[in-house]
Design a protein around this ligand. Structure first.
Ligand code: FAD
Length: 303
């Protein structure tokens, strides 16, 4: 068996693997797609010590760093089941079963998409999902935020300090965000909130986003909003479906961990966007991966 088996090859999984391997223990990584969300990211300007980088470069760096150590890297392999027996067992989609004394779950998350025409075409060309990451790219420009929950209204308040104007489009007839956030958003002169708005299309000029269309659900009229950026804030979905009923998840599907990265199953740790850790960012996921690996090592020397 492995001493530490990491499931996931994003920043959290890579950090966990490096920290584990540096203890000289038997370490494996299973990743459906090495690099994770970072592989889909163009500009990265908040990875501290690097003024600017991009996703493919950072992914290449992660892989080289992992392979610098004696780590079994199993790419394009998907975990479909976890079971704790004498060892922790991870079953892969191809039927293989991997055994390990400890497992670190770092399967990340995915942004819920609008599924409207233009969204995929203009992803990274005006369609964005992370205001902390991409907000500054729209400095002085008009932007829209899709979704009036906490993350949407937080994004609008954040963006209002950077961009020229923010239009928030909420599908329902009320905002689901906390009252204090709504009050703050309403107090800012450059935020407009439109309710009962169903976004129907992302409009671009072939290169970049130039606007969006929405239908007013009360009048059925279609409207055009002229924006350079669209932040989609309709939910971040943890990749934890395969863990349902095996360990403690929140009602949103996040794996519940303690300060050492330990889950509700002894010997099973978790890190990064799939967990309850607040603020989903590369640097935070890496820190979580390091914590989980040290937590797993601590567990190994005590058991
Ligand atoms: P992920 O990166 O999601 O990686 C998860 C890994 O697990 C992948 O390897 C995946 O293939 C694998 N996996 C999932 N399920 C399974 C399974 N069942 N079996 C095996 N493997 C599995 N953050 C920043 O700090 N700065 C930015 O500029 C920035 N820009 C972003 C831009 C975009 C478009 C997106 C989508 C995100 C951005 N983020 C940014 C957020 C950042 O990418 C995430 O916080 C970070 O990647 C989370 O790392 P993670 O390792 O927890 O998960």
């Amino acid at each position: 068996p492995y001493d530490v088996l990491v499931v996931g090859g994003g920043p959290a999984g890579a950090a966990a693997a490096i920290y584990a391997a540096r203890k000289g223990i038997r370490t494996g990584v299973v990743a459906e797609r090495f690099g994770g969300q970072v592989a889909d990211t163009m500009a990265i300007e908040n990875f501290i010590s690097m003024k600017a980088t991009d996703g493919p470069k950072l992914v290449a760096g992660l892989e080289q760093h992992v392979l610098d150590y004696d780590v079994d890297l199993m790419k394009t392999q998907k975990a479909v089941r976890l079971e704790k027996k004498e060892f922790v067992e991870i079953e892969l989609e191809n039927g293989a079963i991997l055994k390990s004394k400890t497992v670190i779950l770092a399967t990340g998350a995915r942004w819920r998409e609008m599924n409207v025409p233009g969204e995929q075409e203009y992803r990274g060309k005006g369609v964005a999902y992370c205001p902390h990451c991409d907000g500054p790219l729209f400095k002085g420009k008009k932007t829209a935020v899709i979704g009036g929950g906490n993350s949407g209204i937080e994004a609008a308040i954040d963006l209002a300090g950077i961009v020229e104007h923010v239009t928030v489009l909420e599908f329902g007839d009320t905002l689901r965000a906390d009252a204090v956030l709504v009050k703050k958003a309403n107090s800012l002169p450059n935020i407009t909130i439109i309710k009962n708005a169903m976004t129907t299309e992302v409009i671009g000029d072939g290169q970049r986003v130039i606007g969006l269309k929405y239908t007013d659900r009360l009048t059925d009229e279609s409207h055009l909003v002229d924006v350079a950026g669209i932040f989609v804030q309709i939910g971040l979905v943890p990749n934890s479906e395969f863990l349902k009923d095996t360990l403690e998840l929140t009602n949103r599907g996040e794996i519940v961990i303690n300060a050492h990265g330990q889950t509700s199953i002894p010997g099973v740790f978790a890190a990064g966007d799939v967990t309850t850790t607040p603020y989903k960012q590369i640097i935070i996921s890496m820190g979580g991966g390091a914590t989980a690996a040290l937590g797993a090592f601590d567990y190994l020397i005590r058991n």
